[in-house]
Each structure stands twice: as structure tokens, then as C-alpha cells.
Design a protein around this ligand. Sequence first.
Ligand SMILES: [Zn+2]
Length: 314
Amino acid sequence: MGIGLTILGSASAIPIHQNFPTAQLLQLCGRYILIDCGEGTQLQLIRAGVKFSKIDQVYISHLHGDHFFGLPGLLASFELMQRKRPLQIFAPKGLEAILKAIRRESGMRLSYPLQIAALTTNASEVIYADDKIEVKNLPLDHRIYTNGYLFEEKPKLRKLDRAAVEKYPEIQISDYPNLKNGCDFIRKDGTRIKNEWVTRDPPNPLSYAFCSDTAYKPELADLLQNVSVLYHEATFLEADAHLARQTKHSTAAEAARLARASHAGLLLLGHFSARYRDCSAFKREAETHFEPVRLAKAGEVLKVDSGKPKMAIP
Ligand SMILES: [Zn+2]
């Protein structure tokens, strides 16, 4: 099934022509997950042809406006659409009070259960898991409390090698689940049919890490080893590294150094400052440290399966 990532916005604080503040739609194992929800997210979802009702989870990195000011509007739209399914939101603790005040003062009612997980931890923890995926928060280093998120497929079952299995008539269909779980087959006389004789390795689980906004934090590499796709903010270029220090953001080169230390499959850069007219310099700067690099552009979709990542305008 793979990863599908729709870039809804990748600008930093000020919306600019042809771009929007941060928001992404992640499709992983059939789940529709919204990551950050800057202004314009609803419009961008419509442009991308995404049915709002499919979104069951929202992950907010931090409470700077360019990362969540689109959320109250989206919640109100769900109400107007008479949504009934619960919506889960993972966000820093303060969001609940903000939404409560908006609902109280604007008279917004909700037709669906809103389940808010208020994050306060400074460690990386499993914050959500189901039968297919697991999500961890990634503590970042920004001006206010901020988390990135790591979305991972759970390990898959081993694949049966049908031709190999047929060589052993003593193996019954009822034995397949054990083989897929990695067990050997034990004959009545106690001898074994080794698991690796009749099964193949499953594809590696895919993973997606979202890191925005943050100062360069090299120790994140310990949490990100072999991540399939690393999205990392690159608000500035190295020439303006002093601004990155002042505002607790990163440069393209720093994002690339983290991708290299993490052995990432692909680095996706975003959150570009409006001061740069031409974003191609971000890619060039990052590529001096790591490849492959792609730029997150509003309206583009990144698809990743077990093969090479592909990015395209749908
Ligand atoms: Zn911020």
C-alpha cells in the first residue's frame, strides 16, 4: 500500500503566492492523517480532491498560528457536514483551552466526539497504536513546546513461498499462521522444517517522520534510524544561519546532516522563509550533505512503496 503524502502547504509564518502555511495529509495503511493545519488547509484539501470525512486523526506540532489556525474552521466544517465519527487530535496541552474558548464564544457545536490527547512529555513515547501503525512524538527544540511525529507501519507477517511449502505435504493450511509468524514446523518425529525454507522476508515496514519547527537537534538521529522519508523544516539557508539560531529554526544543510546521520531514504524540505524567492537553493545546499532531497511544494504528492520514492503533481 505504501505511503502517500499530499503537501497542502509548506510556507513558514506568512502565506505567499502559490504556497500556504504548514499542513500535510499522510495516507498510511488506509488511515487518513492530517499533520498540522495552517490557514487554507480546507481549501487545499478540496484542491487535492480529499474527502474531509476520511480524516480520523490530526497531529498538531505546536501552537504557533501557522501550524494550527486552520483547525477551528475544519472542526466547524465537520459539524456542518454532520460528522458522526470521532475525531482524534494529538497536540500540545494548550490547544484544548483554545478550542474550548472558541466553541464557547462562537457557539460552535459539534455533532461528533472530539478526543484531544494533550501532550506535555519531553520524551519520545508511543502516543498512538492500532493493528497497523504506531505513532511516536519527537520532542523538538523550538521557541514554544513542540513535537514532531514518527509514523511507522507495524512489522508485517512473513510471506509463504507456496512452491516451497508444497514440497512438504505434512504442512497443513492450519499451520500457515504459525509459519507467517516466523515459527519452524515441527514434525511428529521431532525434526524441523525450518521457517526460512518455506517463507520469505516481508517488505520492510515504511515510516514517515515529520520535524517542524525546530533548531538543529542532531540527537534526533537516534530516534529516526532508517526512516523511509524524513520531512524536516529548512526555514533558512546557511548564509542566514544566525537567523536560524535566533528563531530556533534550521538551515537546509542542518536538515541534510540529520538525514545523513539517520540513514533516511529521502529528505523532504519545507517551511521555507518568505525571504527567499527561489527555493531551489535549499535543495542545492542540502545535496552537498545528503541525497536524495525533494522540496515540499503545495499540491504535490509523494508516493513511497518498497521501491523508490516518487514525487508528482497529481
Ligand atoms: Zn513555530
